[in-house]
Ligand binder design. Structure first.
Ligand code: ZN
Length: 332
């Protein structure tokens, strides 16, 4: 059924109700007719699945090509995009370690999209029919010419029509899942723990408030391997739902340094290490500083190129945690 045919059926149903009012028989007949029309007009689950799979594949190809999170070009200070493309970020020199996990996540995201497409389509159809039902219920016996009912009818019509393109809603729910999970993979590779934050946009559907503000350990992190974490008290990120997934707006704040982790999550050995670090820091308060210097004066073929110059004042022992810390600050 095409858009025109569906619109005609929707208009006929709404006009009949406005004219004659809502008896149970009329309402049932019209609703059944609409249900059938919507089912015929709505895109098929396979269309939505194909579209999302192609979208994920495109992102996967970029990650593979850039060997990291894709960043395509450097923006010059005059606002033009330089044609110089740089390597992907976050996986420098250890792409091989990430690669199998990336394919794994890709497969998981594809499966997730496939398994939920049919039920999501059904939900959208039901939700539109419910909106119609509620509105129909409100129409007085014998019909109405009241302006407010006609205005509401406009919204009902809109929602019923939007069912044809339900895959747009599905895309807005699932579209970012794969890229969000890859970027989380990079964040977690260098982090010890993460603090869950509910954003101001979180609604009741999200239902994640019980995690808000709590700290979760990342399994296999370097501090765990050193025995610094009180494992018996720890809760792990892999036991939780995935933030920024399926339209959730929650996010993690990552902890990359042992001294930033609350003492209650540290083992006696970890506490000792933390005290040692704090003492060292006091002795030389420049020990862990990293400077980011931005220069804008360099001429390159008469174009001014912005250059990021990272100056490490004194190297840290663990390079991986240094990079994690730096990126987390730049890309927050
Ligand atoms: Zn959430």
């Amino acid at each position: 059924m095409d858009a025109k045919a569906l619109a005609a059926i929707i208009n006929a149903a709404i006009n009949e109700l406005l004219k004659t009012g809502s008896s149970p028989d009329t309402k049932k007949r019209l609703k059944d007719g609409l249900a059938q029309a919507l089912d015929e007009a709505a895109a098929q689950p396979t269309d939505a699945i194909d579209y999302l799979q192609r979208h994920y594949k495109k992102y996967l190809d970029s990650v593979i090509r850039y060997r990291g999170l894709p960043v395509c070009s450097i923006v010059s200070s005059d606002g033009t995009q330089s044609d110089r493309s740089i390597e992907g970020i976050g996986m420098e020199g250890k792409f091989e370690l990430f690669e199998p996990k990336i394919y794994c996540i890709f497969e998981e995201c594809i499966k997730d999209v496939e398994s939920q497409a049919k039920s999501f389509r059904q939900q959208i159809i039901l939700s539109a029919l419910n909106t119609f039902d509620e509105w129909a219920q409100s129409i007085p016996k014998g019909g109405t010419k009241d302006k407010s009912f006609r205005e509401d009818a406009g919204y009902v019509r809109q929602e019923l029509k939007s069912v044809q393109k339900w895959e747009n809603f599905y895309f807005s729910l699932k579209g970012q899942n794969f890229s969000n999970r890859i970027s989380r993979l990079v964040d977690e590779a260098n982090a010890i723990a993460a603090i869950w934050h509910c954003s101001e946009y979180c609604d009741d559907d999200c239902n994640h408030s019980r995690y808000n503000g709590k700290t979760y350990i990342i399994r296999g992190n370097f501090a765990s391997k050193e025995g610094f974490i009180a494992e018996e008290k720890a809760k792990y990120t892999d036991e939780l739902p995935i933030p920024r997934n399926d339209g959730c707006n929650c996010y993690y704040e990552y902890i990359y340094r042992l001294e930033k982790l609350q003492t209650t999550l540290l083992s006696p050995k970890g506490k000792e290490q933390k005290n040692k670090i704090i003492k060292q820091r006091k002795e030389s308060n420049e020990l862990f500083d990293v400077n980011v210097v931005v220069t804008t004066s360099k001429k390159n073929n008469s174009k001014t190129v912005m250059e990021f110059n990272v100056v490490e004042k004194k190297p840290e022992k663990k390079k991986s945690s240094l990079f994690g810390g730096l990126f987390s600050r730049i890309f927050k």
